[in-house]
Design a protein around this ligand. Sequence first.
Ligand code: PBG
Length: 331
Amino acid sequence: MTTPAGFPASRPRRLRRTAALRRLVADVALSPSDLVLPLFVKEGVNDPVPIASMPGVVQHTRDSVRKAAAEAAEAGVGGLILFGIPAVKDARGSGADDPDGVVQVALRDVVTEVGDDVVVMADLCLDEYTDHGHCGLLTDGGEVDNDATLQRYADIAVAQAAAGVHMVGPSGMMDGQVAAIRHSLDSNGFSDVAILAYAAKYASAMYGPFRDAAECAPQFGDRASYQQDPARSADEAVREAQLDVGEGADIVMVKPAIGYLDVVRAVADAVDVPVAAYNVSGEFSMVEAAAANGWIDRDRAIDELLISVRRAGAGVVLTYWATEVAARLSR
Ligand code: PBG
């Protein structure tokens, strides 16, 4: 369309001319309180251990995880999610619900440090704690036993709740896990503890660096029999999310984030609870590696990717960049 004088009738560029115009019409923003920082804490180490495949991320000691939590709180980060790496692993992942297990100890310390100022979460799974590296108990035939695993998750939830967790994050993709955990929390006096359900979690190569960080690579096979197939449509993710909401999930999460923005959008449109997305380790490390090579502008790439996750419909974003981005945003 042109005007009678022959000029373009519509000029979207008018609203892009200055930074003030662009700010005025921006629809989505990143805010520190929407970001959640994953933290790894390792039992029995005296110094933080760098993770080679995740530059700048470490396996924390008992002391350093507390400091990292305080720094995140200071920067205004909305939440923390703890992952534990036990000194000893066994077939049933006993460390996961030991009251003196690595995550329970760290939870007590971190909650003492930040109180109610930051939402303190814990990943609720078995893979960091089992010697075989799978997210559940195994049958004699080496399959992950869904229903036997639910009882373990129910016990882990109570151990984490007793240690002060505000929200548990079941990530094992067992059917019925949210209901089992909700029932266990409620019947043990922890009805206030919320559930962040990893509702749509794909069997992804993007978890590679995390498995170094959490020392939880499966010792045989892979997780494709319980995590979702990337080749299925977002409808399956919507169904998973709706099931979890029905079982009592307070927040549903899509994971990974960047390659799954269509899934984030579909889930956000379908449920009426808050939606989170996990910007996972491989997504982090790809940006860091490209930036280290001078191939991209690191800070701009980080902001753009995180904004894309917000634009797709996630209100909460888990990211290893949480403290850094929150600090930058509040300057
Ligand atoms: C399982 C769990 C995984 C991640 C979070 N929770 C790994 C897996 O499913 O293999 C991956 C997170 C990341 O890659 O950043 N406890």
